[in-house]
Design a protein around this ligand. Structure first.
Ligand code: DOR
Ligand code: ZN
Length: 364
């Protein structure tokens, strides 16, 4: 039995308000506990997006009523809210800036829209950027110009991890996260899901359908570069982005994978394979996210893992509402058997024991 600190996932799409047919604060936080996470940071690309006081309060009141684990909520950077966002900084997980296109409406195309956010959002609170490839290079330049920390979400490419390494070596205040799906899947690597015959032929292997995700699954060379630069990776984050199977198998599949319940088993399997250490997991899923996002201690909180339990990942055993996983049928080694959150058994032997509303907002 392995005892680890309660894990922190800094990148979760809870989908409430607005899309609770995919997930809500109830199911997302049950999935979190089942995956060994005792704290999640929720992204703001909900419907409506979280960008002002009233949308922020709507998300938080749903969380207060339903969350089974601890949490904080990001505020999103929009074209018109650079004045308002800083007033939410003390109660937000951080500011999320979408600088490339993805799921939802929040997106800042023009760099003149980035500037007021970099100028005004208080430096002691984190800015997280969705910025791929050359947008990432621009975001790093912004961090240097405005002399403030940024955290780069879901790094997936060799050129990106090498650029972050170079930026860190020059003292630019940049940290980053990598998602398990970019470590364990490459383009074409997702087991081909049943493709409706109407769509056959318009989907290349690894593209479209269930494989849709942003950033996209990358080439094997990119995946290898991430593994070769583990020391540059500050955090493992799931980017848990649930969409239903019906949506994923439709003609317009939205991008995103669920990830809360598969991250730790996959990473523990990599430990068993000698590609990672338990200490890497603790650093990147507890110590570093706590430091980067200035998160409080959760007293009397830990998880217990049976590192020898071997089993197959199955969507039917998951708590997420979305009903699927890109890792269906994968054999893993390492199972969460108990989660103790603030002195209480929150998850044990496959059952969530912490009731709805037990989760606390760590920014309150
Ligand atoms: O694949 C993704 N899905 N990438 C994102 O950046 C957003 C996410 C979502 O919200 O579905
Ligand atoms: Zn995301």
């Amino acid at each position: 039995m392995l005892k680890l600190p309660g894990l922190i996932d800094p990148h979760v799409h809870v989908r409430e308000p607005g899309q609770i047919h995919k997930e809500d604060w109830d199911t997302a936080t049950q999935a979190a506990l089942a995956g060994g996470f005792t704290m999640i940071l929720a992204m703001p690309n909900t419907k409506p997006p979280i960008f002002d006081n009233s949308t922020f309060d709507a998300a938080i009141s749903a969380a207060r009523e339903k969350a089974h684990c601890d949490y904080a909520q990001f505020v999103g950077a929009g074209p018109d809210n650079a004045e308002i966002a800083p007033s939410l900084a003390h109660k937000a997980a951080g500011l999320k800036m979408y600088l490339d296109s993805t799921f939802g409406e929040l997106r800042l195309d023009d760099m003149t829209l980035w500037m007021p956010h970099f100028e005004k959002y208080p430096k002691q609170y984190p800015i997280v950027v969705h910025a791929e490839s050359r947008s990432m290079a621009a975001a790093i330049l912004f961090a240097a110009i405005y002399d403030r920390p940024i955290h780069i979400a879901h790094v997936s490419l060799k050129e990106e991890i090498l650029l972050i390494k170079a930026a860190k070596e020059r003292g630019i205040k940049v940290t980053c996260e990598v998602c398990p799906h970019h470590l364990f899947l490459s383009e074409g690597g997702i087991p081909l899901s049943p493709t409706p015959s109407s769509l056959q032929g318009i989907r290349e292997k690894g593209k479209g359908g269930r494989s849709e995700v942003r950033p996209r699954l990358a080439a094997q060379e990119d995946v290898d570069a991430l593994w070769q630069n583990l020391d540059v990776i500050d955090c493992f984050a799931t980017d848990h982005a649930p969409h239903t199977l019906e949506e994923k198998d439709s003609e317009t599949p939205p991008p995103g994978f669920p990830g809360l319940e598969t991250a730790l088993p996959l990473l523990l399997t990599a430990v068993d394979d000698g590609r990672l250490t338990v200490d890497d997991i603790v650093q990147k899923m507890y110590t570093n996210p706590r430091k980067i996002f200035h998160l409080p201690d959760q007293p009397e909180t830990w998880i217990e893992v049976d590192e020898n339990a071997e089993y197959e990942i199955k969507a039917e055993n998951q708590f997420t509402r979305c009903g699927w996983t890109p890792f269906e049928g994968w054999k893993v080694k390492g199972r969460v058997i108990r989660v103790v959150l603030r002195g209480r058994d929150a998850f044990k032997d496959g059952k969530v024991l912490a009731e709805k509303g037990f989760g606390k907002n760590v920014r309150e």
